[in-house]
Design a protein around this ligand. Sequence first.
Ligand code: ATP
Ligand code: MN
Length: 464
Amino acid sequence: MDVHVKGWVRTKRGNKHVNFIALNDGSTINNIQVVADPNTIPENVLKLVTTGASLAVTGQLVESQGSGQAVEIHAKTIEVLGAADPEKYPLQPKKHSFEFLREIAHLRPRTNTFSAILRMRHAMSFAVHQFFNNKGFNYMHTPIITGSDAEGAGEMFRVTTLDAKNPPLKEDGSVDFSEDFFGKETNLTVSGQLEGELGALALGEIYTFGPTFRAENSNTTRHLAEFWMIEPEMAFYDLEDNMNLAEEFLKYLVQYALDHCADDLAFLEKRLLDEEKNKPANERSAMSLTDKLRFVVENKFERVSYTEAIDILRNSNPNKKKKFQYPIEGWGTDLQSEHERYLVEKHFQKPVILSDYPKEIKAFYMRMNDDNKTVAAMDILFPGIGEIVGGSQREERLDILSARMTEMGIPHEEMDWYLDTRRFGTVPHSGFGLGFERLMIFVTGMGNIRDVIPFPRTPGNAEF
Ligand code: ATP
Ligand code: MN
């Protein structure tokens, strides 16, 4: 049978008598082997068949003699669509560091690792929509440019068309934003939640899935300045319903990866194993990548209150031996990622849902508990990551919400539209945010969030 294939050369090896070309079209991690006989394929063509070149091949599909592939193509014709000068093409078949690959992020999707990650990003995005669609949620598009600066989830990026060198000034010398494009100060959104609530209080159950932006100067392996977030928001859900949905959702996504990304997962699992061989034995993880994924699907997440977690942390070995960078002093302090990871990786050794945090360390819209000290918040903590989901039951009682806003210095006038939902037909409701790239770190086993998004934006870096 004659077949016709097109793709990019991963490798070519061989000798005077025969050439083996590994060709890949990006549809899968697996290459097709093209066998090229110098008697059939002219030498000047074969010379241009180098790593990175693109080819159109016609030939016979036959059972392979060699091991490693079931079939191969015996080439009748090869057309070089685009050569890739081996002296200049940066992606030669050898190990490249992820740091180097970030510098050539425009080419790194052509590597095995990044093509696997990008295919899995697609699969996970699709699974997100499938999960919510199956449940009857509506996908809602919340604005990217926002006029509200009370979202409070982080530092914002200003959106303006004013001349930075010569902005119009008010009499007191401050910038006059009434002359700006929108006639007011605007920013890139840090979260679609507040608008999502408007949707939930009309449609019942909605979710958003879009880009969010935070100008926080966090140079960590878990933070991006531009990341994608999934934010479901549900009317008539209390905190427990919220946790149940979040747990079911995460398990669904991980199971989807196991069911639909087997080849890419097998490749990434082997990559991780190779990477860990270079680590000291005590830093290697006991579980393989797919073991970790199965573990999440098969185990109930541990549910603990913030207060219980503080007790565990206060009495923990690293705290007593002063191994934490931020020692646990007492009730009320915010948890750092070292604490979250201790709870997940050392103490419980499974995903943990922490709930009922002190009101002082959480946002104004979270529902006040009867103790008047804690709010109905929940964070889900994952091994190797820390916080992957943050959510809460929202304060639906107008008087309490309004008092809380006054306490926290949030101007009522600007939030009038938000308060209207509590004035008219308010109902208990809840929601959460899942950072898509944090999920991607988990399912791919990658160590740095910059390597699970095509073009990472971090402080000092917005190339491409
Ligand atoms: P963290 O404490 O890790 O900075 P956060 O408390 O600021 O997170 P939320 O405001 O609750 O996070 O955002 C919801 C989710 O969005 C988080 O659980 C996380 O998965 C993700 N997320 C938050 N900030 C970032 C970021 N800078 N880059 C990537 N994902 C993020
Ligand atoms: Mn943050």
